[in-house]
Design a protein around this ligand. Structure first.
Ligand code: F0G
Length: 353
Protein backbone atom coordinates (compact mmCIF):
# COMPACT_ATOMS: atom_id res chain seq x y z
CA UNK A 1 0.00 0.00 0.00
CA UNK A 2 1.21 3.51 -0.77
CA UNK A 3 2.09 5.40 2.43
CA UNK A 4 -0.54 8.17 2.66
CA UNK A 5 1.41 10.66 4.80
CA UNK A 6 0.96 11.63 8.42
CA UNK A 7 -2.45 13.26 8.55
CA UNK A 8 -4.14 10.31 6.89
CA UNK A 9 -2.08 7.62 8.67
CA UNK A 10 -2.53 9.00 12.18
CA UNK A 11 -5.81 10.93 11.98
CA UNK A 12 -7.22 9.21 15.07
CA UNK A 13 -4.33 10.70 17.09
CA UNK A 14 -4.33 14.16 15.51
CA UNK A 15 -6.57 17.24 15.88
CA UNK A 16 -8.00 16.93 12.37
CA UNK A 17 -11.57 16.93 11.08
CA UNK A 18 -13.45 16.97 7.77
CA UNK A 19 -12.49 20.61 7.20
CA UNK A 20 -8.76 19.92 7.49
CA UNK A 21 -7.16 19.89 4.03
CA UNK A 22 -5.58 16.58 3.06
CA UNK A 23 -2.17 18.18 2.74
CA UNK A 24 0.79 15.85 2.34
CA UNK A 25 4.17 15.33 0.75
CA UNK A 26 3.95 11.73 2.00
CA UNK A 27 6.09 12.62 5.00
CA UNK A 28 6.75 10.20 7.87
CA UNK A 29 7.29 6.43 7.78
CA UNK A 30 11.05 7.00 8.02
CA UNK A 31 13.53 4.14 8.52
CA UNK A 32 14.67 2.90 11.91
CA UNK A 33 18.15 1.56 11.21
CA UNK A 34 20.01 -0.78 13.54
CA UNK A 35 23.60 0.48 13.86
CA UNK A 36 25.22 -2.93 13.86
CA UNK A 37 28.84 -1.78 13.84
CA UNK A 38 28.53 0.86 16.55
CA UNK A 39 26.29 -1.38 18.66
CA UNK A 40 29.00 -4.03 18.66
CA UNK A 41 31.80 -1.57 19.34
CA UNK A 42 29.95 0.18 22.17
CA UNK A 43 28.21 -2.85 23.70
CA UNK A 44 24.66 -1.54 23.30
CA UNK A 45 21.61 -2.08 21.08
CA UNK A 46 21.57 1.16 19.13
CA UNK A 47 19.08 2.24 16.48
CA UNK A 48 18.68 5.52 14.62
CA UNK A 49 15.42 7.10 13.49
CA UNK A 50 16.42 8.60 10.16
CA UNK A 51 14.35 11.76 9.91
CA UNK A 52 16.52 13.03 7.08
CA UNK A 53 14.48 10.66 4.88
CA UNK A 54 11.49 13.02 5.09
CA UNK A 55 10.53 14.97 1.93
CA UNK A 56 12.49 18.13 2.81
CA UNK A 57 15.18 16.19 4.63
CA UNK A 58 14.30 16.79 8.27
CA UNK A 59 11.80 15.93 11.03
CA UNK A 60 10.24 19.37 10.58
CA UNK A 61 7.98 17.98 7.86
CA UNK A 62 5.98 16.11 10.49
CA UNK A 63 5.10 19.28 12.35
CA UNK A 64 4.82 21.48 9.32
CA UNK A 65 2.25 19.38 7.46
CA UNK A 66 -0.04 19.79 10.47
CA UNK A 67 0.70 23.48 11.08
CA UNK A 68 0.18 24.45 7.43
CA UNK A 69 -2.95 22.29 7.04
CA UNK A 70 -4.50 23.92 10.10
CA UNK A 71 -3.47 27.39 8.90
CA UNK A 72 -5.26 26.73 5.59
CA UNK A 73 -8.26 25.30 7.45
CA UNK A 74 -8.47 28.55 9.44
CA UNK A 75 -8.36 30.60 6.22
CA UNK A 76 -4.81 31.89 6.57
CA UNK A 77 -3.06 33.03 3.39
CA UNK A 78 0.45 33.44 4.82
CA UNK A 79 2.67 31.57 7.27
CA UNK A 80 5.80 32.91 8.96
CA UNK A 81 8.65 31.36 10.92
CA UNK A 82 12.07 32.04 12.34
CA UNK A 83 14.53 29.33 11.56
CA UNK A 84 18.03 27.95 11.76
CA UNK A 85 17.18 26.44 8.35
CA UNK A 86 15.16 23.26 8.52
CA UNK A 87 11.93 24.82 9.73
CA UNK A 88 12.14 27.36 6.92
CA UNK A 89 12.69 24.62 4.32
CA UNK A 90 9.69 22.65 5.56
CA UNK A 91 7.44 25.72 5.93
CA UNK A 92 8.32 26.89 2.42
CA UNK A 93 7.65 23.46 0.91
CA UNK A 94 4.27 22.89 2.55
CA UNK A 95 3.18 26.47 1.88
CA UNK A 96 4.06 25.97 -1.79
CA UNK A 97 2.12 22.71 -1.81
CA UNK A 98 -0.90 24.37 -0.17
CA UNK A 99 -0.72 27.44 -2.42
CA UNK A 100 -0.16 30.00 0.33
CA UNK A 101 2.66 32.48 1.06
CA UNK A 102 5.61 31.79 3.30
CA UNK A 103 7.91 34.28 5.02
CA UNK A 104 11.06 33.02 6.72
CA UNK A 105 13.40 34.95 9.01
CA UNK A 106 16.87 33.46 9.32
CA UNK A 107 20.13 34.43 11.04
CA UNK A 108 22.47 35.93 8.44
CA UNK A 109 25.42 33.69 7.60
CA UNK A 110 24.43 30.97 10.06
CA UNK A 111 22.28 28.62 8.07
CA UNK A 112 23.56 25.66 6.11
CA UNK A 113 23.68 26.08 2.34
CA UNK A 114 21.30 23.24 1.46
CA UNK A 115 18.59 24.70 3.69
CA UNK A 116 18.89 28.15 2.14
CA UNK A 117 18.72 26.57 -1.32
CA UNK A 118 15.48 24.85 -0.33
CA UNK A 119 13.74 27.99 0.93
CA UNK A 120 14.77 29.76 -2.28
CA UNK A 121 13.55 26.99 -4.56
CA UNK A 122 10.22 26.54 -2.74
CA UNK A 123 9.65 30.25 -3.25
CA UNK A 124 9.60 31.67 0.26
CA UNK A 125 10.14 35.35 1.00
CA UNK A 126 13.49 35.18 2.81
CA UNK A 127 14.57 37.77 5.35
CA UNK A 128 18.07 37.36 6.72
CA UNK A 129 18.63 39.35 9.91
CA UNK A 130 21.90 40.37 11.49
CA UNK A 131 20.93 38.56 14.64
CA UNK A 132 20.50 35.04 15.98
CA UNK A 133 17.59 32.57 15.99
CA UNK A 134 16.26 33.67 19.39
CA UNK A 135 16.02 37.27 18.18
CA UNK A 136 14.37 36.17 14.93
CA UNK A 137 11.83 34.12 16.87
CA UNK A 138 10.91 37.05 19.11
CA UNK A 139 10.40 39.16 15.99
CA UNK A 140 8.09 36.73 14.21
CA UNK A 141 6.11 36.07 17.39
CA UNK A 142 5.47 39.80 17.77
CA UNK A 143 4.66 40.31 14.08
CA UNK A 144 2.24 37.36 13.91
CA UNK A 145 0.30 38.82 16.82
CA UNK A 146 -0.59 41.99 14.95
CA UNK A 147 -0.54 40.89 11.30
CA UNK A 148 -2.92 38.38 9.64
CA UNK A 149 -0.12 35.83 9.38
CA UNK A 150 0.08 32.39 11.02
CA UNK A 151 3.15 31.58 13.08
CA UNK A 152 4.43 28.07 12.32
CA UNK A 153 7.33 27.80 14.75
CA UNK A 154 6.96 25.04 17.34
CA UNK A 155 5.15 27.40 19.72
CA UNK A 156 2.26 26.66 17.34
CA UNK A 157 0.76 23.61 19.13
CA UNK A 158 -0.05 21.83 15.85
CA UNK A 159 3.68 21.50 15.21
CA UNK A 160 4.19 19.26 18.25
CA UNK A 161 1.06 17.29 17.36
CA UNK A 162 2.57 16.37 14.02
CA UNK A 163 6.02 15.71 15.43
CA UNK A 164 4.75 13.31 18.11
CA UNK A 165 4.00 10.78 15.34
CA UNK A 166 7.71 9.90 15.17
CA UNK A 167 7.37 8.31 18.62
CA UNK A 168 4.47 6.19 17.33
CA UNK A 169 6.63 4.94 14.48
CA UNK A 170 9.54 4.11 16.78
CA UNK A 171 7.22 1.97 18.94
CA UNK A 172 5.74 0.21 15.93
CA UNK A 173 9.14 -0.41 14.32
CA UNK A 174 10.73 -1.72 17.51
CA UNK A 175 7.64 -3.49 18.89
CA UNK A 176 7.76 -1.24 21.98
CA UNK A 177 9.44 1.94 23.21
CA UNK A 178 13.25 1.74 23.62
CA UNK A 179 14.80 2.06 27.08
CA UNK A 180 16.38 5.38 26.12
CA UNK A 181 15.45 7.94 23.46
CA UNK A 182 18.46 10.15 22.69
CA UNK A 183 17.65 13.39 20.89
CA UNK A 184 19.34 16.68 19.96
CA UNK A 185 17.80 19.73 21.61
CA UNK A 186 17.65 23.22 20.17
CA UNK A 187 14.38 25.06 20.63
CA UNK A 188 13.21 22.00 22.63
CA UNK A 189 10.04 21.31 20.66
CA UNK A 190 10.99 17.90 19.37
CA UNK A 191 11.91 16.32 22.70
CA UNK A 192 8.57 17.61 24.03
CA UNK A 193 6.71 16.19 21.02
CA UNK A 194 8.33 12.75 21.31
CA UNK A 195 7.46 12.53 25.00
CA UNK A 196 3.84 13.45 24.26
CA UNK A 197 3.79 10.80 21.53
CA UNK A 198 5.26 8.07 23.70
CA UNK A 199 2.75 8.80 26.46
CA UNK A 200 -0.26 8.82 24.12
CA UNK A 201 0.77 5.62 22.37
CA UNK A 202 1.47 3.93 25.67
CA UNK A 203 -1.95 4.76 27.03
CA UNK A 204 -3.64 3.37 23.90
CA UNK A 205 -1.33 0.48 23.06
CA UNK A 206 0.80 -0.22 26.14
CA UNK A 207 4.02 0.31 24.23
CA UNK A 208 5.97 1.44 27.31
CA UNK A 209 7.91 4.63 27.99
CA UNK A 210 11.57 5.45 27.36
CA UNK A 211 13.86 7.65 29.43
CA UNK A 212 14.34 10.90 27.49
CA UNK A 213 18.00 11.94 27.05
CA UNK A 214 18.27 15.41 25.48
CA UNK A 215 21.61 16.68 24.19
CA UNK A 216 22.47 20.33 23.61
CA UNK A 217 25.61 21.79 22.05
CA UNK A 218 28.00 23.02 24.74
CA UNK A 219 27.92 26.60 23.43
CA UNK A 220 24.12 26.64 23.46
CA UNK A 221 23.27 24.55 26.52
CA UNK A 222 20.51 26.56 28.17
CA UNK A 223 18.62 23.63 29.63
CA UNK A 224 21.73 21.89 30.96
CA UNK A 225 22.75 25.05 32.85
CA UNK A 226 19.27 26.40 33.48
CA UNK A 227 20.13 29.80 32.07
CA UNK A 228 19.66 31.67 28.80
CA UNK A 229 22.72 31.76 26.51
CA UNK A 230 22.70 35.30 25.07
CA UNK A 231 25.23 34.48 22.35
CA UNK A 232 24.87 30.80 21.50
CA UNK A 233 27.63 29.33 19.34
CA UNK A 234 28.15 25.89 17.82
CA UNK A 235 29.19 24.27 14.56
CA UNK A 236 25.78 22.58 14.69
CA UNK A 237 23.95 25.68 13.43
CA UNK A 238 20.55 23.94 13.54
CA UNK A 239 20.71 23.93 17.35
CA UNK A 240 22.46 27.27 17.80
CA UNK A 241 19.70 28.43 20.16
CA UNK A 242 20.16 30.06 23.56
CA UNK A 243 16.61 30.47 24.85
CA UNK A 244 14.50 27.42 23.90
CA UNK A 245 10.81 28.23 23.46
CA UNK A 246 9.57 24.86 24.78
CA UNK A 247 11.75 25.13 27.90
CA UNK A 248 9.13 23.99 30.45
CA UNK A 249 7.73 21.18 28.31
CA UNK A 250 11.23 19.79 27.74
CA UNK A 251 12.21 19.99 31.40
CA UNK A 252 8.99 18.19 32.23
CA UNK A 253 9.69 15.44 29.65
CA UNK A 254 13.10 14.78 31.16
CA UNK A 255 11.78 14.87 34.72
CA UNK A 256 8.74 12.66 34.13
CA UNK A 257 10.72 10.10 32.16
CA UNK A 258 13.63 9.99 34.63
CA UNK A 259 15.91 11.15 31.83
CA UNK A 260 18.59 13.81 31.61
CA UNK A 261 19.93 16.78 29.70
CA UNK A 262 23.60 16.89 28.85
CA UNK A 263 25.87 18.89 26.57
CA UNK A 264 28.33 17.80 23.89
CA UNK A 265 31.23 19.82 22.50
CA UNK A 266 31.65 20.70 18.83
CA UNK A 267 34.58 18.28 18.69
CA UNK A 268 32.40 15.49 20.05
CA UNK A 269 29.65 16.34 17.56
CA UNK A 270 32.06 16.30 14.62
CA UNK A 271 33.65 13.04 15.78
CA UNK A 272 30.20 11.40 15.99
CA UNK A 273 29.21 12.90 12.61
CA UNK A 274 32.23 11.37 10.89
CA UNK A 275 32.06 8.07 12.75
CA UNK A 276 28.38 7.54 11.93
CA UNK A 277 28.90 8.14 8.24
CA UNK A 278 32.14 6.19 7.89
CA UNK A 279 31.22 3.14 10.00
CA UNK A 280 27.50 2.81 9.25
CA UNK A 281 26.91 4.59 5.95
CA UNK A 282 24.45 6.96 7.60
CA UNK A 283 24.98 10.64 6.84
CA UNK A 284 23.16 13.02 9.15
CA UNK A 285 23.73 16.73 9.64
CA UNK A 286 25.96 17.90 12.53
CA UNK A 287 23.12 18.88 14.91
CA UNK A 288 21.58 15.44 14.50
CA UNK A 289 24.81 13.85 15.59
CA UNK A 290 24.56 15.52 19.00
CA UNK A 291 22.39 12.49 19.83
CA UNK A 292 25.12 10.02 18.84
CA UNK A 293 27.82 12.09 20.55
CA UNK A 294 25.61 12.17 23.62
CA UNK A 295 25.12 8.41 23.64
CA UNK A 296 28.87 7.91 23.40
CA UNK A 297 29.54 10.39 26.21
CA UNK A 298 26.88 8.75 28.40
CA UNK A 299 28.44 5.34 27.89
CA UNK A 300 31.84 6.75 28.91
CA UNK A 301 30.54 8.41 32.08
CA UNK A 302 28.22 5.59 33.04
CA UNK A 303 24.90 7.43 32.56
CA UNK A 304 23.94 4.73 30.06
CA UNK A 305 24.67 1.09 30.94
CA UNK A 306 26.05 -1.51 28.54
CA UNK A 307 23.36 -3.57 26.85
CA UNK A 308 20.78 -0.76 26.83
CA UNK A 309 18.32 -0.54 23.96
CA UNK A 310 18.63 3.00 22.60
CA UNK A 311 17.01 4.92 19.77
CA UNK A 312 18.93 8.05 18.71
CA UNK A 313 17.00 10.54 16.59
CA UNK A 314 18.84 11.76 13.49
CA UNK A 315 16.85 14.90 12.88
CA UNK A 316 18.23 16.06 9.52
CA UNK A 317 19.96 14.84 6.36
CA UNK A 318 23.74 15.23 6.02
CA UNK A 319 23.32 16.76 2.56
CA UNK A 320 21.77 19.85 4.14
CA UNK A 321 25.23 21.06 5.13
CA UNK A 322 27.83 20.16 2.49
CA UNK A 323 30.26 22.85 3.70
CA UNK A 324 30.69 21.30 7.15
CA UNK A 325 31.05 17.86 5.57
CA UNK A 326 33.80 18.96 3.23
CA UNK A 327 35.59 21.09 5.82
CA UNK A 328 35.60 18.38 8.49
CA UNK A 329 36.51 15.51 6.20
CA UNK A 330 40.07 14.25 5.95
CA UNK A 331 39.26 12.58 2.66
CA UNK A 332 39.83 14.89 -0.29
CA UNK A 333 39.50 13.92 -3.95
CA UNK A 334 42.82 12.99 -5.52
CA UNK A 335 43.32 14.92 -8.75
CA UNK A 336 45.10 12.92 -11.45
CA UNK A 337 45.67 13.38 -15.16
CA UNK A 338 43.13 11.93 -17.58
CA UNK A 339 45.31 8.84 -17.92
CA UNK A 340 44.15 5.29 -17.21
CA UNK A 341 47.64 4.11 -16.27
CA UNK A 342 48.10 6.83 -13.68
CA UNK A 343 44.66 6.12 -12.23
CA UNK A 344 45.29 2.36 -12.09
CA UNK A 345 48.64 2.92 -10.42
CA UNK A 346 47.09 5.13 -7.80
CA UNK A 347 44.36 2.54 -7.12
CA UNK A 348 46.96 -0.20 -6.65
CA UNK A 349 48.57 1.99 -4.02
CA UNK A 350 45.23 2.45 -2.25
CA UNK A 351 44.14 -1.19 -2.19
CA UNK A 352 47.64 -2.30 -1.30
CA UNK A 353 48.63 -4.85 -3.94
N1 F0G B 1 18.14 18.94 14.71
C1 F0G B 1 17.94 19.67 13.61
C2 F0G B 1 18.54 19.18 12.34
C3 F0G B 1 17.19 20.85 13.67
O1 F0G B 1 17.00 21.56 12.56
C4 F0G B 1 16.65 21.27 14.91
C5 F0G B 1 15.91 22.51 15.02
C6 F0G B 1 16.88 20.46 16.03
C7 F0G B 1 17.62 19.31 15.90
C8 F0G B 1 16.35 20.80 17.36
O2 F0G B 1 14.99 20.57 17.48
O3 F0G B 1 14.33 22.84 18.14
O4 F0G B 1 12.77 20.93 18.39
O5 F0G B 1 14.76 21.13 19.87
N2 F0G B 1 15.82 23.37 14.09
C9 F0G B 1 14.96 24.54 14.12
C10 F0G B 1 14.90 25.19 12.76
C11 F0G B 1 15.22 25.47 15.24
O6 F0G B 1 14.67 26.40 12.66
O7 F0G B 1 15.05 24.48 11.76
P1 F0G B 1 14.14 21.42 18.53
Amino acid sequence: MRWPGLIEAYKEFLPVNNETPKLTLNEGNTPLIHLQNLSKEWGVELYVKVEGANPTGSFKDRGMVMAVAKAVEEGSKTVICASTGNTSAAAAAYAARAGINCIVVIPEGKIAMGKLAQAMMYGAEIISIEGNFDQALKMVRDISEVEPITLVNSVNPFRLEGQKTAAFEVCDQLGSAPEILAIPVGNAGNISAYWKGFKEYNSKKETGLPRMFGFEAEGAAALVHNRVFENPETIATAIRIGNPASWDLAVNAVKESNGQFDEVTDDEIVAAYKKLASTEGVFAEPASCASIAGVYKSLQNGKIAKGTKIVAVLTGNGLKDPDTAIQSSLVKPVVLPNDEKAVAEHIRGVVGH
